[in-house]
Design a protein around this ligand. Structure first.
Ligand code: GLV
Ligand code: MN
Ligand code: MN
Length: 413
């Protein structure tokens, strides 16, 4: 039965993947027409599962199954339905669909629920469109910053305008906030996005914590000039300086056991016969512990200053995103471990998430925990993302058993 449910779930991931702004690729950005279409499709599946549905004031698609009496605090289950550019089809979407199917199975089993179950399909986890991540979950958690309204996308559209274009009223954003006393916790299932499970030949794992991440926009400024006429000793080539920095980011991050990535780099003016006068690049820094991440960042910043001084360049850095590491709740971790054990894995693996997730924001209002599912080659943020049907079936069984274990512990307390 779980295999059949897993098959349907994978077909639904394919249906969602077909909603893309870029034919041939998977690309679904926050508050886009594709986001609207995905919300509508997901709302339909929520209704089929017996949930009442609504879209909240931040564009998150929500569904609710009442507990034994209406209005009880809710256990939230979810993930996100936005994507990176040229994405895979499971990052986020799989977690939303696992949540809907789990709630549907619990409803069909007629379980007496001491709390409500809600599914949330978060509108923006990746931050692809506006450069800052977790906008959907931060609205829900009441940690929204009003200066975000002025963030712009690549076409100069502000977040404020995008809300209007989507049919949302920015003035009503605070209505997306969920009070802690109306919540039991937040559970998320997600592909691992790394190779640990596959290397260990295991299907599922409990997540112990989610890495803290900081992101920066860096600018290196030199002076543009003629590619033929300018002697080397008079050049202030911003791209050569930036290249040294990219290599330093990798070296220092490796040495300090943290993870540093330059994912974007653009040289200006960008002429084939012009020395680059300015380079804009991004820096993403993550670690299990925030102190390690921040120490590494200090060393990278020192290296950047040294490189730029030596090459007569200017260095400027702006922080565009910061989320500190979050520990998953021990009781909810144990519930996921019980869920995995119910699938026949007597000693579930447990490790920290190198990727960011909505739980980083949701933890401000309720305890969080996560279940990881093996993905092929550990590949993610790439169209080659793949999962096995049997693993999805195991995840469904584990998820259902997890919720049932929370039902039992809540009923007996
Ligand atoms: C989200 O996928 C992130 O970890 O950047
Ligand atoms: Mn992602
Ligand atoms: Mn994700």
């Amino acid at each position: 039965m779980s295999e059949t449910a897993a098959q349907l779930l994978l077909e639904r991931c394919d249906e969602l993947a077909a909603i893309s702004s870029n034919p041939g690729l998977i690309e679904r950005l926050h508050l886009s027409p594709e986001h609207r279409a995905a919300n509508d499709l997901v709302a339909g599946w929520m209704k089929d599962a017996g949930l009442s549905t609504w879209q909240d004031a931040a564009g998150n698609q929500c569904g609710r199954l009442e507990g034994r009496e209406p209005g009880l605090p809710a256990l939230l289950l979810g993930s996100h339905i936005d994507t990176v550019r040229d994405a895979g089809r499971y990052d986020g979407m799989l977690g939303v669909l696992l949540a809907i199917t789990t709630v549907s199975r619990i409803r069909d089993a007629g379980i007496d629920l001491p709390f409500a179950l809600e599914v949330v399909a978060f509108s923006d986890e990746e931050g692809t469109r506006f450069g800052t991540a977790l906008l959907g979950s931060r609205a829900l958690a009441g940690t929204w910053h009003d200066d975000w309204w002025n963030l712009t996308d690549k076409d100069g559209i502000t977040l404020f305008e995008a809300f209007h274009d989507f049919g949302l009223d920015p003035a009503r954003l605070p209505n997306a906030y969920r009070r802690p006393d109306n919540l039991i916790g937040y559970l998320e299932a997600h592909i691992e996005q790394g190779p640990i499970l596959e290397d260990a030949d295991r299907r599922l794992a409990v997540v112990t914590s989610i890495a803290g991440a900081r992101r920066f926009g860096l600018t290196i400024t030199g002076k543009a000039g003629h590619a033929g006429g300018t002697p080397y000793d008079r050049r202030r080539d911003a791209l050569v300086g930036a290249s040294e920095l990219v290599v330093a980011v990798e070296r220092i991050s490796k040495e300090s056991g943290t993870i540093g990535t330059v994912g974007r780099l653009e040289a200006f003016p960008g002429g084939v016969n012009v020395i680059p006068g300015r380079v804009e690049l991004s820096l993403d820094m993550r670690a299990e512990f925030d102190d390690d991440r921040d120490d590494c960042l200090r060393r990278i910043t020192e290296a950047a200053h040294e490189i730029c001084e030596r090459r007569n360049l200017a260095f400027h850095s702006t922080e565009i995103y910061r989320a500190d590491a979050v520990r998953c709740d021990l009781e909810l971790q144990e519930a996921f471990a019980a869920g995995i054990r119910a699938t026949g894995d007597a000693e579930p693996m447990a490790f920290w998430s190198r990727a960011g997730h909505d739980g980083v924001a949701v933890v401000a209002v309720t305890p969080i925990a996560m279940l990881f599912l093996r993905c092929r080659g550990g590949i993610s943020h790439h169209p080659d993302e793949a999962v096995k049907k049997a693993d999805v079936a195991a995840a469904l069984d584990a998820y259902e058993a997890t919720v049932l274990s929370l039902v039992s512990s809540s009923s007996s307390s």
